[in-house]
Unconditional design. Structure first.
Length: 314
C-alpha cells in the first residue's frame, strides 16, 4: 500500500526480478508453478493440493514484491519483520510458509485445533474461491496486498485466494461471512468485493494467533498450545474474545474506499449519500447472483452499510 492508500506496487508481476539460486528456482519453485498452471488454466481441478500451492504462490509474490523494493532501496524488509519475541505471529511467519516447499513442519495444539480451523495446513487465515475464467488472458490475474495489515489477495486463472498472516484469527472469527461463497463460481467483480471486505476485516481486527517454533528430533514444531508469560495457552484469550468489527463512521467510510480501489470504480459509483453501498454478491431476494463473465456487471444492489452485522452475525 502506498502513501495514498492504493494497494499497488506500480509494477507488474513480470517486472519482479530477484536473485535466486538455480536449485531454488528450478528444483523447488518451478514444480509449484507447473502444477498451478496445469490445474488453474489448462484443466479443472478441485484437489486440496492445488489450494496449498496457491497459498505458497501468494506468499511468494507478497514477499517478492517487498524484497524487490528493498533491493531498489524503497523499503526495509528486515526492519519490518525483525522481532526477538519467542512466539511467532504476523509477517514473521511468511518465511516459514515459503520454506514449506522445501521441508514440512508439524502443527501442535490439542486445545487450539479443537476450536480453530486450519484448512490448508498453514497457520494463517487462507480462503480459496472458484472464479470464472476471463477469455482475455490479461484479465486472468489480479493481485493486491497490504503490508501494514498483513494480508494479500491473489486471483490466478480459475482460483482466487485471500490470505491474512494472522495465524488463522480472521478465518476463525469472521470466516462464516465468506462460507456462502466458497462453493460458488464467482465473477471477478464479486471476488473483488469479497477481497475488499476481507481487507477491511484485517484492518479492524484487534489480535492474532501465535505459535512457538522449536526443533524436536529433527522436526520443526509449531506449537499453538505453548504457554507464554501466563500459565495458560498463548492463544486462549484470542480464541475466546470475539473481535469488535467496529461500525463507526470512519470504519464504514474506509470500507467504501477499499471497495472503490478493489473494483476500480469511483467512490460515487459504489456508494450513495445516504450510506448505502453497492454489492454484486446477492440480489434483492438475497439469492446469489450468477453473473456472465463476458459482461460487465451493472450496479446491482445498494444495501445498507451495516458492516458489523454483515461480518459478525451473518
Amino acid at each position: 500500500m502506498d502513501e495514498q492508500g492504493n494497494l499497488s506496487h506500480g509494477r507488474s508481476y513480470e517486472q519482479i526480478q530477484l536473485p535466486c539460486c538455480r536449485t531454488c528456482n528450478s528444483a523447488v519453485l518451478a514444480p509449484v508453478e507447473a502444477r498451478l498452471q496445469e490445474a488453474l488454466v489448462v484443466k479443472r481441478s478441485d484437489e486440496s493440493s492445488v489450494d496449498s500451492d496457491l497459498f505458497v504462490w501468494a506468499a511468494k509474490i507478497f514477499y517478492g514484491y517487498y524484497l524487490r523494493e528493498q533491493l531498489d532501496g524503497y523499503f526495509d524488509l528486515a526492519a519490518s519483520v525483525r522481532n526477538d519475541a519467542a512466539d511467532y505471529s504476523g509477517l514473521r511467519t511468511i518465511f516459514l510458509f515459503l520454506q514449506s516447499v522445501r521441508f514440512g513442519f508439524e502443527l501442535r495444539g490439542d486445545y487450539f485445533f479443537q476450536l480453530v480451523e486450519c484448512p490448508l495446513g498453514f497457520p494463517a487465515s487462507a480462503i480459496v474461491f472458484n472464479v470464472k475464467l476471463h477469455r482475455d488472458v490479461q484479465d486472468q490475474f489480479d493481485y493486491k496486498d497490504d503490508w501494514r495489515h498483513e494480508c494479500v489477495y491473489l486471483r490466478l486463472g480459475k482460483k482466487a485466494i485471500l490470505v491474512a498472516f494472522d495465524g488463522g484469527y480472521l478465518l476463525h472469527h469472521g470466516g462464516h461471512f465468506f462460507s456462502d461463497y466458497r462453493q460458488q463460481l464467482l465473477h471477478p467483480k464479486q471476488m473483488e468485493e469479497l477481497a475488499a471486505r476481507f481487507f477491511h476485516m484485517a484492518e479492524v481486527r484487534r489480535d492474532q494467533f501465535r505459535f512457538v517454533k522449536y526443533e524436536e528430533k529433527g522436526k520443526t514444531i509449531l506449537d499453538y498450545d505453548a504457554t507464554g508469560v501466563q500459565p495458560w495457552p498463548i492463544n486462549q484469550h484470542a480464541i475466546l474474545s470475539k473481535p469488535a468489527f467496529d461500525l463507526d463512521e470512519n470504519s464504514a467510510r474506509r470500507y467504501v474506499q477499499l471497495l472503490s480501489q478493489f473494483t476500480r470504480q469511483k467512490i460515487e459509483n459504489v456508494s450513495s449519500p445516504d450510506g448505502n453501498v453497492t454489492s454484486w454478491l446477492k440480489g434483492p431476494d438475497s439469492a446469489f447472483l450468477d453473473i456472465d463473465v463476458d459482461r460487465a456487471p451493472a450496479w446491482l444492489t445498494m444495501s445498507s452499510c451495516r458492516l458489523r452485522q454483515d461480518v459478525v452475525d451473518s
